[in-house]
Design a protein around this ligand. Structure first.
Ligand code: TYD
Length: 137
C-alpha cells in the first residue's frame, strides 16, 4: 500500500435554507462496509493523536467540526492533508502510519472504520511498522 492509495473523498451534501446534510453509505461512497464509528472531541490545544498504523483496517476520517491535519506515511513517502470540510473525508488504506495534529478549538474528528476494535491490528512502534511496510514493497 502507498500513500497514493489514500485520497480525499467528496461526500454528498444537500444544502438548503435549513442548513446542510451529508451522509456516507458503506460500499457506496467509501470502498468498505462500516463496522465501527468512533470520534475524537474535547481535544486540548497542541494535542497529537494517532501515531500508529493498522494492518488491515480501512478508515474514513471526517472533520465533523473544526479542522486538523493528518500526515500519512507508508514507510517511503509522506503526504499531509488538511481537513476542514464536513462534506469531505480522508480515506486511509491499511499499512499507513498516521499522525493527527493541529486541531482547532472545538474540532470533532469522526472515523468510520471497516473492522471492530482489535489491538492486534495495530502497529504502535514505528520501527516495527517500517520493517513490515518496507519488506512488503
Ligand atoms: P487509539 O487508537 O490509540 O487513539 P488515537 O489514534 O486517537 O490516538 O485509542 C486510544 C484508546 O482507546 C486505546 O486504549 C484503545 C481505545 N479504543 C477502543 O477501545 N476502541 C476503539 O474503537 C478505539 C478507536 C480506541
Amino acid at each position: 500500500m502507498s500513500t497514493e492509495d489514500c485520497r480525499i473523498i467528496q461526500l454528498p451534501r444537500i444544502s438548503d435554507a435549513r442548513g446542510s446534510l451529508s451522509f456516507v453509505e458503506g460500499g457506496q461512497h467509501i470502498p468498505f462496509d462500516i463496522e465501527r464509528i468512533y470520534y475524537l472531541y474535547d481535544i486540548p490545544g497542541g494535542a497529537a493523536r494517532g501515531a500508529h498504523a493498522h494492518k488491515a483496517l480501512q478508515q474514513l476520517i471526517v472533520p465533523i467540526a473544526g479542522s486538523f491535519e493528518v500526515v500519512l506515511d507508508d514507510g517511503r513517502s509522506q503526504r499531509k492533508f488538511f481537513l476542514d470540510r464536513p462534506d469531505q473525508g480522508l480515506y486511509v488504506c491499511p499499512m499507513m502510519w498516521r499522525e493527527l495534529g493541529n486541531f482547532s478549538a472545538g474540532a470533532v474528528c469522526m472515523v468510520l472504520a471497516s473492522r471492530k476494535y482489535e489491538e492486534s491490528d495495530y502497529f504502535r512502534e514505528y520501527d516495527t511498522f517500517l520493517k513490515v511496510a518496507i519488506g512488503e514493497k
